[in-house]
Structure formats: C-alpha cells, structure tokens
Design a protein around this ligand. Structure first.
Ligand code: SF4
Length: 219
C-alpha cells in the first residue's frame, strides 16, 4: 500500500513508514486505521480477535492532546463552553510532577464516550489520537517511539490550552495531590498550539530529526 504514511505488519511488530516531507498526522491516523482493518496481525490480548465490539482499551487511561480537546469540544455537545466541557468530558489531575489531562470515566470506570452495551465508541469519527493509533498488537521500537512522541507533544499543548481556557474563572481541576495549582509551570507554546485538527500538523515538525530518519521511507 502506498501513501504519505504506511503501516505494515512485520514478524517483530508493525512498522510505520513515512514517505513524504508533507505527511501530516491525519495521514498517520488513516494509515493506522487501514492497518487495523486488515486484521493481519497477532493480537496481544487473548480475549478478542477483532476491534469492533471490544472495549477493553476504552477502560484504560486515555491522555489527550490539544487538538483532541478542540475536536472533542466541537463535537461532544454543540455550544458547550470550555469550562463545562472540561468539567464533563475530561479529568484533570494536578500533582507536583505536572498535569494529567485524560478522558473522563463513567461510574463503571469506562470512557465517558463508550456505549458499553454495544462495546462501541460514541465519538468514533472524533476519537482522540491515542485511540485512533492504538491496536493491541506488537509494534516495532520506532513505531512505539513515534506514537509516544506525538502523544506526549500533544499532551503538553493540552496543558497550555486547559490553562488558557479555564484559568481566568478558576482552573477546572478534578484531582489535586497536595499541590498549589497556582505554582504550575505551563509548557511553552509549540506547533500543537496553532492547530485545531490533524490535517495541518506536519509530522516532521513534531518528532525529532533522529526519529524522522528511522521512519523515513522504510520498506
Ligand atoms: S473515545 Fe472512543 S475509542 Fe477512545 S477510549 Fe473513549 S470510547 Fe474508546
């Protein structure tokens, strides 16, 4: 399969390959989606052999990027202001090591967007990056590093967005571990802060040069 980003199964785990300087993060999510649909990989979880109807990963921690926040806010409920959005659909934990911004859970500890009766995502077209790029199959070391690099970069920007949108009327914080939110250090702006979708974030701009070389044009 060709495209700006390709994902192929290998003996030691799936491999991500970038074939264009202009590749953007939505090329990556599309390539992962196409790979997941092939079902041609060995799953690490014995409980399931297909994604549809399986909700195991929807009960795990799901960190959000700044772009995820924009997309979810726009689509979770029309007309919602930022404070209400953070209060209802997101969990913000503040601790001495930083800020953790993740999808909120319901009373059964499932993702707040999960239709648990059917095991389906209620926000599927708008699901976060961490969801759309996950498959319970072995990934190569460079594919793992790629996914964690983009998610981590986007998480830092999410902290900046949370601060910018809620600080004025009092930060929305769900859990705080013996720490004064007023002492927070907010990460500086980066390329993530200027985009509201994944169509215009160039992969080259959000990963290191070394990782780019490892991913570039792999067979
Ligand atoms: S957003 Fe959708 S795919 Fe992601 S954890 Fe929630 S229900 Fe699962």
């Amino acid at each position: 399969m060709s495209g700006p980003v390709t994902v192929v199964g290998r003996e030691k785990g799936y491999e991500v390959s970038i074939r264009s300087d202009r590749a953007v993060l939505s090329d990556y999510t599309r390539a992962m989606e196409a790979f997941i649909d092939t079902n041609e990989y060995r799953r690490l979880r014995a409980e399931t052999n297909r994604c549809k109807g399986c909700d195991i990963c929807c009960r795990e921690r799901a960190p959000l990027t700044a772009v995820d926040l924009w997309i979810l806010k726009e689509n979770a409920e029309k007309g919602l202001d930022w404070r209400s959005f953070f209060q209802r659909f997101v969990t913000v934990r503040v601790f001495s090591g930083g800020v953790d911004i993740v999808l909120a859970r319901d009373g059964d500890d499932n993702c707040v967007f999960l239709d648990s009766g059917r095991g389906l995502c209620g926000m599927y077209p708008y699901r976060p990056l961490v969801c759309s790029t996950y498959i319970c199959a072995q990934a190569s070391p460079s594919a793992q590093l790629f996914r964690s690099s983009v998610v981590n970069g986007g998480e830092d920007a999410a902290v900046g967005l949370w601060y910018a949108q809620t600080a004025e009327e009092g930060l929305v914080v769900h859990e705080c571990e013996d720490f004064d939110p007023g002492l927070l250090e907010i990460p500086p702006e980066n390329v993530w802060n200027v985009s509201k979708n994944y169509d215009n974030i160039l992969i080259r701009e959000v990963i290191s040069g070394e990782l780019w070389k490892r991913l570039e044009g792999k067979p």
